[in-house]
Design a protein around this ligand. Structure first.
Ligand SMILES: Nc1ncnc2c1ncn2[C@@H]1O[C@H](COP(=O)(O)OP(=O)(O)O)[C@@H](O)[C@H]1O
Ligand SMILES: [Mg+2]
Ligand SMILES: [Zn+2]
Length: 557
């Protein structure tokens, strides 16, 4: 028997074998049970996540000669032909190579005739977004008046490219990327069935490299088996995949923590000498920092950590070395560096500069702690103009009027004791924005692995706010496209659960365009004056030698 690639050999044959798409398979099973299968479906999602497999299973369930079923027999001529892709009544069309009107006309011709043998004529159109406009129009006519016993399954990696008219005629199922654990488990099963010995690290490296696509995972498995035979070891597999050893990622992180620029450069040099593609390394390191951030905010046991179990301990320990703000800043810098590397003629220099930025970023004091210091300094000054020992001359510059008033109208001890937990003259909502940023970065990082689209939509935010259990994401008017993407029910739900994770409480999500929010309310005229006299603001101006340009009253926004 000729060799069949693993990805094909292990194509799921019944709904329950499809990994990670339960919501979809259960809905389809119900539709079959209730005899309410629609005429048109859109199956969207990345490559290799089960769209074609599910389409074929649906076709078999409808056409199995044993009768309408949730578990097609796989033995009858109908099931077999569908599995082999040569059924008379189930057509698989690749729209990427049959884009034109002629193909769709031909299809419309075919649709008009009843199925040759089976109960349903099924058309599975792959990469359907590639069709030309005329072809879409022709297809639309068919979808508007679907012949009895016909079913269209439109598979696509880019559903937003489908005309709205087509979308509205179909039920839409969005296939999700599979997560690390799901891919790992499937690889384990397949290896057992194929009698392949693989250590945990080897499967882990494969599962990570697959980036959510089960087909990619199985194809990579095929490749490493071809190279290594029946015994898969982590180091060899990583080498074959061009995956950077965890040891190197860890050493890089330690060097950055030690602010050892020289070691960082040595490591880059080592990577270059060993032939690693530097852009690829940067991507891997970004992912590593993302994992550090997850370990930091959700703990080392979190299923959101997409790593083999034996890496968890190491990540947890390393994460301890950094603050959440550090990691958020690293993540941002690396994302930018990764983008630059892609177009760079001198990737090595870019990578070096990017990593050196991390070394320096680690040394920066966080804005929160700086503001905290300024506050205590300012409070100290304030305390010194409300002396406990009467008559002591005040060495401090004139305190703000409010402080002076309270100093004169109230006994001194209460005026210092009354210093509230948040000693801002401005409303409490004016909390330092950086704190918010690091949480936003954590949210993005959580989504980065498996929800790239959503994560990258958040790059276009013009602002965000978290208050009273409500998170508001603000998009500028010219970014309304991204706002729309985020607003879809599924994305909102994903975003909500990521926010809940990071913010540590259940939240409601609002996505708004700036216009809808109205212009920010100008601060009341005296706000500027008041702000200028705020001890913290004064201290800040002095420390950084700067002036106050604008004051926004956040309490009124
Ligand atoms: N959800 C899944 N469950 C089980 N196997 C899958 C899944 N997704 C992909 N595969 C594997 O990848 C191969 C290709 O999957 P396919 O359904 O053709 O992906 P798509 O059509 O989404 O690109 C299958 O033969 C199977 O081995
Ligand atoms: Mg496919
Ligand atoms: Zn059958």
């Amino acid at each position: 028997m000729s060799y069949q690639v693993i990805a094909r050999k292990y194509r799921p044959q019944v709904f329950d074998e499809v990994v990670g798409q339960r919501l979809i398979t259960e809905t389809l099973k119900n539709a079959i049970l209730q005899n309410r299968v629609a005429h048109g479906y859109i199956f969207s999602g990345a490559r290799g996540v089960g769209k074609t497999s599910t389409a074929r299973i649906l076709a078999k369930s409808l056409n199995c000669l044993q009768g309408l079923t949730l578990t097609p027999c796989g033995e009858c001529p109908s099931c077999r032909e569908i599995a082999a892709g040569n059924s008379l009544d189930v057509f698989e069309i690749d729209a990427a190579s049959n884009r034109g009107i002629d193909e769709i006309r031909e299809l419309r011709e075919t649709v008009r005739y009843l199925p040759a043998r089976d109960r349903y004529k099924v058309f599975i159109i792959d990469e359907v977004h590639m069709l030309t406009t005329e072809a879409f129009n022709a297809l639309l006519k068919t979808l508007e008046e679907p012949p009895p016993r016909s079913l269209f399954i439109l598979a696509t990696t880019e559903p937003h490219k489908l005309p709205a008219t087509i979308q509205s005629r179909c039920q839409h199922f969005a296939f999700r990327l599979l997560d690390y654990a799901e891919i790992y488990a499937r690889l384990e099963q397949v290896c057992a069935a194929e009698k392949i010995q693989a250590d945990e690290g080897a499967l882990g490296a494969l599962a990570q490299a697959a980036e959510g696509s089960l087909r990619d995972a199985l194809s990579l498995l095929d490749q490493v088996i071809a190279a290594c035979g029946e015994q898969l070891e982590e180091s060899r597999v990583r080498q074959l995949l061009g995956v950077v050893p965890v040891r190197l990622l860890r050493e890089m992180t330690e060097a950055i923590h030690a602010a050892d620029a020289r070691r960082v450069l040595e490591l880059v040099s080592q990577l270059a000498a060993e032939g690693y593609e530097l852009a690829h390394f940067c991507g891997e390191y970004t992912r590593y920092v993302r994992n550090l951030m997850v370990a930091k905010s959700c703990g080392g046991e979190s299923p959101l950590l997409q790593v083999p179990n034996d890496e968890r301990q190491g990540l947890r320990e390393l994460a301890e070395l950094f603050s959440q703000e550090d990691l958020a800043r690293f993540f941002q810098i690396l994302l930018r560096t990764e983008g630059e590397l892609r177009y760079s003629l001198e990737p090595r220099f870019h990578l070096e500069m990017g990593l050196l930025k991390l070394v320096h970023a680690g040394k920066l004091a966080s804005l929160e702690s700086l503001l905290g210091e300024l506050h205590s300094a300012a409070l100290g000054e304030k305390a010194s103009v409300t002396p406990r020992s009467a008559g002591a001359p005040s060495p401090a510059p004139p305190a703000p009027r409010k402080a002076q008033e309270s100093a004169s109208s109230q006994p001194p001890p209460t005026s210092t004791a009354a210093a509230p937990a948040r000693p801002y003259a401005l409303p409490a909502e004016a909390a330092p924005p950086v704190m918010e940023d690091s949480r936003l970065a954590s949210i993005k990082a959580l989504l980065f692995e498996s929800k790239k689209l959503l994560s990258s939509c958040l790059d276009h935010l013009s602002g965000w706010r978290f208050e009273n259990g409500e998170v508001r994401f603000l998009f500028a008017k010219n970014a309304s496209f991204y706002a729309e993407l985020v607003r879809s029910r599924e994305q909102l739900e994903t975003l909500r659960s990521a926010c809940t994770q990071v913010l540590g409480q259940p939240v409601k999500i609002y996505v708004t365009l700036e216009e809808q929010e109205g212009r920010p309310v100008r601060a009341r005229p005296d706000a500027r004056e008041r702000a200028g006299r705020d001890p913290a603001v004064e201290a800040f101006q002095k420390k950084f030698d700067c002036t106050l340009v604008d004051v926004k009253d956040l309490s009124q926004e």
